[in-house]
Design a binder for this molecule. Structure first.
Ligand code: NAD
Length: 253
């Protein structure tokens, strides 16, 4: 049955930034499809733990600052100690800083590129090493953006990082496909979360954005659940290096 290929029963997924917004939505979707979740957070304990427990799956919250590369290997070890293995990585944690390019500070550059690209790569590397050691293969889904395809305004470090995420997704896919590791990405459109609060609250930009979305609404975290379950499942076994837009038609415009 083709639907069996989408089933994640018994799989273990690491989801970064799982306490809020899109990460929370994807963690819930993966758990609904059967996966146990190691949820990485850096602020308050995620509330998805109880919901995932009610679905009959296990949730392990791991507090870590992903900007600190020394915290990456221990979180993978903790996941494996607790669940015995890891099958899926959702590389979702990310930040944005808005400032005109002429005034853009080094801090705003470094903070964004370090988390969105540097940490994303080293976490993918740490998890892929585990997939190789397990001889299991595995799935990595990186979270890209519309700004992997477009320029944007006031967000030079974010655009650079997310364009880098799309390129790196292709590069890692080429290196690791032969070991049954699928590396793909999801590019969310304009989603109503903390990340886009400034845009949602800008009376001019928010109306302009809405008018340009063919679906006629901002996206919700649950809109990513279908795409992430698919890319994390056996149904996507022959998909490598692709960035799937979930954008209400924004890029088609
Ligand atoms: P969000 O701000 O709610 O989520 C970001 C998450 O990353 C938070 O849970 C935060 O705690 C975590 N995080 C930040 N710094 C961290 C650190 N140093 N260590 C560990 N965790 C850290 O916003 P979101 O919209 O859910 O964003 C999730 C991802 O989706 C980001 O990569 C973002 O760039 C991307 N994205 C969002 C949109 C959108 O419209 N909301 C569009 C495209 C891409």
């Amino acid at each position: 049955m083709i639907l069996d290929a989408f089933n994640l029963r018994g799989k273990v997924a690491i989801v970064t930034g799982c306490g809020t917004g899109l990460g929370r939505g994807m963690a819930l979707g993966l758990a609904e499809a059967g996966a146990n979740i190691a949820g990485i957070y850096n602020k308050s304990e995620p509330d998805c733990s109880a919901l995932i427990g009610k679905m009959g799956r296990r949730f392990l919250g791991i507090k870590a600052d992903l900007a600190d590369l020394d915290q990456i290997e221990p979180l993978v070890e903790q996941t494996v100690e607790s669940f015995g293995r890891v099958d899926i990585l959702i590389n979702n944690a990310g930040i944005i800083r808005r400032q005109p390019a002429l005034e853009f500070t080094r801090e705003n550059w470094d903070e964004v590129v370090n988390l969105n690209l540097r940490s994303l790569f080293f976490l993918a590397q740490a998890v892929a090493k585990r997939f190789v050691a397990q001889k299991s293969g595995g799935k990595i889904v990186n979270i890209a953006s519309m700004l992997s395809f477009q320029g944007g305004i006031l967000v030079p470090s974010y655009t650079a990082s997310k364009s880098g995420v799309m390129g790196l997704t292709r590069e890692l896919a080429c290196e690791w496909a032969g070991q049954n590791i699928n590396v793909n990405a999801i590019a969310p459109g304009y989603m109503a979360t903390e990340n886009t609060r400034a845009l949602q609250e800008d009376p001019i930009r928010s109306v302009d954005i809405m008018k340009r979305i063919p679906a006629g609404r901002w996206g919700k975290p649950s809109d990513l659940a279908g795409a992430v379950v698919f890319l994390a499942s056996d149904a996507a076994n022959y998909i490598h290096g692709y960035t799937l837009a979930v954008d209400g038609g924004w890029l088609a415009r």
